[in-house]
Design a protein around this ligand. Sequence first.
Ligand code: BEZ
Ligand code: FE
Length: 288
Amino acid sequence: MRNVTKDNITDVFRSYMADDMAPRTREVMGALVQHLHDFARETQLTHEEWRQGIAFLEGCAAIETEDRHEFVLASDVLGLSSLVDMLHSSPAATSSSVLGPFHVSGAPPLPVGGDMKRDFGGPVLLAEGVIRDPEGNPIAGAELDIWQTAPNGLYASQDEAQDTFSFHGLMTVGDDGRYAFTTVKPVEYTVPTDGPVGDILRACGRHPWRPSHLHFIVKAPGYRTLVTEIFPDDDPYLDQDTVFGVRDDLVMSYEEKPASDFPDGMALSGKIDAPFLAVTFDVVLAKD
Ligand code: BEZ
Ligand code: FE
């Protein structure tokens, strides 16, 4: 009989794995258990702390729904989602950033030049740019899935006052690779704090704020799908995003322009009578 001890239990775990198991599963499970065991040994984890950890996981499961992804949120505020993003971001492309839990698939088509602001109040933002390959050529027919919060800081899925696809749009660019749309200037907002993840933030003395941003998923045949978001350079939370999503190349500048500079060919052309904000941001996709 082999005596299981606190020092050999990790090796014993490894010895229980079958010789013919998938090699990647062996690598990931072996490393996961190694780090879990090292964590418990290093911190001398107590029964009470172990119980709190289990209660945290149970609490996440208890409030998990189609619209509420507490496990993803936990991964986000622990920096794991961003770390996985950075491990696999292509250096030839625009950086990826967290998907977050509020994207709704199946958004209605938004034509190039279309408007997501509708009747919502707040400063008009005109966002435009070109979807490019790593050599700088436009990618004809690329698809841009766009989403953001309403001016109240809530996504459509969090807010009964908004319809399902409010501030969501799916744009297919033409041969010039150019996208353009109007919206309301995004606002900073807090991640949900009414669940177990909120307890972790409070226990760590952390705030729940994210800098304001626009989310994009950009797809084109032959290219790696990019999940990302872009942030204005004057946002007070730029250096303290609670989900660690900000990268240098995702920071952009708004330029305030007079109403007379609003371009033709947009859904809101001829309807702008006050200064508006404009941003140009090109997105680069890596080849598959
Ligand atoms: C978001 O940007 O939508 C988001 C990302 C991570 C956690 C919560 C929200
Ligand atoms: Fe967001």
